[in-house]
Ligand binder design. Structure first.
Ligand SMILES: NC(=O)c1ccc[n+]([C@@H]2O[C@H](COP(=O)([O-])OP(=O)(O)OC[C@H]3O[C@@H](n4cnc5c(N)ncnc54)[C@H](O)[C@@H]3O)[C@@H](O)[C@H]2O)c1
Length: 354
């Protein structure tokens, strides 16, 4: 009955802007979602459009963004163009009265993010950012475990997002890769950092950092360390959470066993005679919880379509995108001052139900 009702409603009409390496994945998902219709594909590169037309024959392909926005039947614009173009494309779409999804990073300047958030609020438009890991079933499970206290107090988190490529020209490795780590760590910890620091180096291109080591400190003494690089021999996509009771490792490069929970920890006794008695190390079992697999991108696209229909605020809304941009901008300032800590003054996300 529910399915019949759902499919009886008009489908959300979507335009994709930017059909490059990642845009193709978005196009595939929107073309497959039963309650969405991929109507337009827009790209400034005619070669890419010609290829898109072969794969998505039902969509109209154009280099003219104005033509897309002039379509009165169009509900939403999905932007997966290069990061430099996000602000202008997103702003035009909001001004044209469309709901908007923008890939990460939302924008490259804090002021631009503020403007998009303001425009979306003024015009009651949905604004969502592609913080993909906030839709990843393993990240959702980890957040639930942290909220339920299963790991104890989170002491520190570290992540690695490294491999060889994709080398970008209009953003550095920090802005390209770290939005995933920052957004998922804030999401799992339900906290915002108090200060940020980062060090990195430009080896391949002048003035564009290829490798960055970034830190975030939280008010409760938790720390997060993020290592991002597109100049590395290994492909690693891993986040480790060390809690006072248990430890967890999310390895997204694993096929099915992506989450491991280690029943390991250290306890400090009181009134003991020797050091060995004072610090007790616990080496317990390792558990691999079963997590129903689902493509995070599919879940993310479905969530955008649902929000367009219901007018609900997305989990990764414009404020979430802006929060991450503020942290990236603070980390960028720290990079330029060789790692000096930069204070950030952020409003935490409202706590949504698990
Ligand atoms: N969520 C994720 O996991 C993920 C992964 C990869 C990339 N991304 C993001 O997706 C976006 C695109 O990345 P990509 O790897 O596909 O880059 P890409 O360079 O392969 O593709 C970008 C496409 O946008 C087009 N384009 C650029 N400016 C445009 C404009 N003004 N109007 C229309 N088209 C324009 C280019 O011609 C190109 O075809 C970036 O923001 C990137 O950060 C997200």
């Amino acid at each position: 009955m529910t399915d019949e009702l759902t499919t009886a409603r008009p489908r959300v009409r979507v335009a994709l802007v930017g059909i490059g390496a990642w845009g193709r994945n978005l196009a595939r998902n929107y073309a497959q979602l039963p309650d969405a219709e991929l109507c337009w594909i827009c790209d400034t590169d005619p070669g890419r459009l010609a290829e898109a037309a072969r794969h998505f024959p039902d969509a109209v392909c154009t280099t003219d963004y104005g033509q897309v926005l002039a379509d009165p039947q169009l509900d939403a614009v999905v932007i997966a163009a290069s990061a430099q173009a996000h602000f202008t494309l997103g702003r035009r779409a909001l001004l044209a009265g469309k709901d908007v999804f923008i890939e990460k990073p939302l924008v490259l300047e804090v002021a631009d993010g503020e403007e998009l958030v303001r425009l979306a609020a003024e015009r009651a438009r949905v604004l969502m950012v592609g913080h993909l890991l906030e839709y990843h079933p393993v990240v959702l499970r980890l957040r639930d475990m942290i909220r339920a206290g299963e790991l104890g107090r989170v002491l520190y988190v570290y992540s690695q997002r490294v491999n060889l490529g994709t080398v970008r020209q209009d953003e550095n490795a920090l802005w390209s890769l770290a939005p995933h780590d920052i957004s998922s760590i804030l999401f799992m910890l339900d906290q915002v950092p108090t200060d940020v620091s980062a060090r990195g180096q430009c080896y391949v291109q002048r003035g564009i950092e290829d490798v960055v080591f970034m830190n975030m400190n939280f008010a409760d003494r938790a720390m997060a360390h993020i290592h991002v690089s597109w100049l590395d021999p290994h492909k690693v996509r891993r986040i480790t959470v060390v809690g006072s009771k248990r430890m967890a490792v999310f390895d997204d490069a694993e096929g099915t066993e992506k989450l491991r929970i280690y029943d390991k920890g250290a306890t400090v006794g009181e009134e003991c005679n020797t050091f060995a008695e004072t610090v007790g190390l616990r080496f317990g079992d390792i558990r691999i919880p079963h997590i129903k697999s689902a493509e995070p991108l599919r879940l993310e696209c479905q969530h955008f379509v649902d929000c367009v229909r219901s007018r609900a605020q997305p989990v990764s809304d414009g404020q979430d995108g802006l929060r991450v941009v503020r942290i990236l901008a603070a980390a960028q300032r720290s990079l330029k001052s060789n790692g000096d800590p930069v204070t950030v003054d952020l409003v935490p996300a409202p706590r949504v139900a698990a």
